[in-house]
Design a protein around this ligand. Structure first.
Ligand SMILES: [Zn+2]
Ligand SMILES: [Zn+2]
Length: 120
């Protein structure tokens, strides 16, 4: 399964990861990763990187506070990206992700990195 993907750098199954057309997945704010404690910590654990200083969303320069669940109609699944708290809870419209944003699969514990998650 795909553990993480990177905007504008890596292709998935021969297709570019879209930079535009992302949306917040609604009603994920109350759920945190049980194993990692928080979603931003989950992002760090599986990206192998420290959280970036600034929000991943184009046009936002706030400091990173959360790991947001995002999805794109052109890509299967839900992904975690580092964002500020305002973007995680309040952003309803479609947005673009900054170049080199790393997207981490939220299902790494459940599927153990060995089983493909069910197709939605
Ligand atoms: Zn986790
Ligand atoms: Zn933001």
């Amino acid at each position: 399964m795909k553990k993480l993907i990177r905007v504008a750098k890596v292709t998935v199954d021969g297709k570019s990861v879209p930079q535009k057309g992302w949306k917040n997945k609604p009603k994920t704010g109350e759920l945190e990763c049980y194993t990692c404690g928080t979603w931003i910590r989950h992002w760090e654990n599986f990206s192998g990187k420290d959280r970036p200083s600034k929000c991943s969303i184009v046009g936002c320069n706030n400091d990173v506070a959360d790991g947001a669940h995002v999805f794109n109609k052109d890509l299967l699944g839900t992904w975690i990206v580092p964002t500020c708290h305002e973007c995680n809870v309040g952003r309803k419209e479609t947005f673009s992700l900054k170049t080199n944003t790393i997207l981490v699969n939220p299902h790494m514990h459940i599927y153990g990195g060995t089983i493909e998650p069910p197709k939605k």
